[in-house]
Design a protein around this ligand. Structure first.
Ligand SMILES: [Zn+2]
Length: 507
């Protein structure tokens, strides 16, 4: 049984709600990375399992756009120092393209969710506050401030300063949401009176003039949005952590049951350099290793990224290596689950495309010829088919550029690699002669034909087939290793091959 179904069954058994809301939430302070994606994929899987069981359920994502910019991140220009402390929704996009800093990071992530085929209702925290949805929970929080601080001190074990309040106003002079202290409030007028570090004194409305402290905000959101299920990083689940605080606040202040928690482990990213030990880094936004989902999706087909994450139970960590292990995983996926891409694209193994795009780049005139020579009857009139092939081939190209180890890369040498060929043995030269002759008899050959021929040549020359492979690589690529020889030979023009082998033999 898939873990998502086991969780869904447990939810139905333990919870009395008839309608469920599965919530996710990620702060868009930087690129939303693959580690963050795990939260959405877990939520989506459980949501889908509930729907399959006939349960009424919604799947939502709240972008924490009203959170402050914590510091000047290395990717920001120095003048953004002036924006530290302001809500992300109120800071301009560093590249000036979108409506805010928050949207600069939220939008590409939403586009990635589209690519992954994940449908989710999206809320932006700043809009929820500005719409007035939080007014009642803010009133409740301010009037029960002492109870709130007692809960937080009790669960977290840390002492809150005397002047702590659950509401952080935005200063109308400096724009920061982190620097103003509430000095008084009026529940009926729904406003607070504050003094800011910058010297400004002002009034802030409950309707968008500030935000609840985050442990309070989390619990308040459960009530406002009717959240009943929520996955979150296991750090929040630790004793004294924010989920414990949230639960006490939700039940004690808001009279709302805390959601069914699904704590999950980190994704460990392994970035491997050829010949070195894999470097393992936890993918969490606070620790630097940060590959945004949309960047990963340029080189990794979406179904693979989703598969990598969803096949592992939430409580287990995922070690993810986008280099050669990813290629092996794609092989396994294509063998056991299904081809990537529709129509003919789905029939061409990804690993094969890794070879083909190195013989002819995507978009070049030669590219389609190479695909056809490899035995795929592409209909050039069919735009959709061509697009699907091109899309898959782009992943292959980007993967080669970004994650491929050097030994996977090759270049067909347009000129005869004379230096390298000089060192061939007599048997190797004979092998080349046999292959040149073979081409004269059979002008078109499939990968399988070539494969069989190589073994025959090995027998005839009394060589290990490995030596024949090596000979072929030297003659074509100018180096002693390369991709599967049958695929490589079948993808190349036979006239080119004839000339090459004849020239190599005569050398
Ligand atoms: Zn200020």
């Amino acid at each position: 049984m898939h873990w998502s179904l086991a969780i869904a069954q447990d939810i139905v058994e333990k919870r009395k709600e008839k309608k469920h809301v599965v919530a996710t939430g990620i702060t868009p302070s930087g690129g939303i990375h693959v580690g963050n994606l795990r939260e959405i994929i877990i939520a989506e899987a459980v949501h889908a399992a509930l729907i399959d069981m006939g349960v009424d359920a919604r799947l939502i994502y709240v972008a924490d756009t009203f959170d402050p910019l914590r510091r000047l991140y290395p990717f920001l220009p120095p003048e953004y120092e002036a924006h530290v402390g302001k809500p992300l929704s109120e800071i301009p996009d560093p590249e000036g393209r979108r409506s805010s800093y928050a949207d600069h990071f939220v939008q590409p992530f939403l586009d990635s969710l589209d690519d992954l085929g994940i449908q989710i209702e999206v809320f932006r925290a700043d809009e929820l506050y500005k719409s007035g949805l939080y007014v009642d929970v803010i009133k409740e929080a301010l009037s029960r401030k002492d109870e709130l601080s007692r809960i937080i001190e009790d669960v977290s074990g840390r002492e809150l300063p005397e002047e702590w309040t659950p509401f952080n106003p935005i200063c109308d002079a400096c724009g920061r949401i982190t620097a103003a202290m509430v000095k008084g409030y009026d529940i009926d007028k729904a406003e607070v009176y504050y003094e800011c570090e910058c010297g400004n004194k002002g009034v802030a409305s409950f309707k968008g003039g500030g935000k609840l402290a985050w442990r309070v905000d989390w619990a308040a959101r459960w009530k406002i949005l009717g959240v009943t299920i929520e996955p979150f990083g296991k750090d929040h689940a630790s004793p004294g952590g924010s989920f414990g605080t949230g639960t006490r606040i939700s039940e004690g202040i808001y009279n709302y049951p805390a959601p069914y928690p699904i704590p999950f482990e980190h994704i460990l990213l392994k970035l491997q350099q050829e010949g070195t030990k894999a470097k393992v880094t936890a993918m969490s936004s606070s620790r630097g290793t940060n590959i945004p989902v949309h960047e990963m999706l340029e080189a990794v087909p979406p179904e693979i990224l989703k598969h990598v994450i969803s096949r592992v139970r939430p409580e287990k960590h995922i070690a993810f290596n986008p280099s050669l292990p990813l290629l092996n995983l794609v092989d396994e996926y294509e063998r056991e689950i299904g081809g990537i891409g529709s129509g003919i694209a789905g029939k061409i193994p990804f690993r094969h495309l890794i070879t083909l795009v190195q013989v002819a780049p995507v978009g070049s005139e030669e590219f389609l010829k190479v695909i056809k020579r490899s035995g795929y009857a592409v209909n050039e009139e069919n735009e959709e088919e061509l697009k699907a092939i091109e899309k898959k081939a782009r992943y292959a190209e980007n993967w080669l550029r970004t994650y491929a180890p050097p030994h996977v890369k090759f270049e067909v040498q347009s000129a005869l690699p004379t230096e390298e060929l000089k060192n061939l043995s007599e048997s190797q030269k004979k092998a080349i002669k046999f292959m040149a002759e073979y081409l004269q008899d059979l002008p078109t050959t499939s990968a399988e034909d070539w494969h069989n021929e190589i073994y025959l040549v090995a027998q005839a020359t009394n060589m290990d087939p490995k030596e024949v492979f090596k000979t072929i690589y030297i003659a074509l690529l100018g180096k002693s290793s390369g991709p599967r020889a049958g695929w490589l030979l079948a993808s190349l023009d036979t006239e080119f091959l004839s000339e090459r082998f004849e020239a190599a033999e005569k050398l």
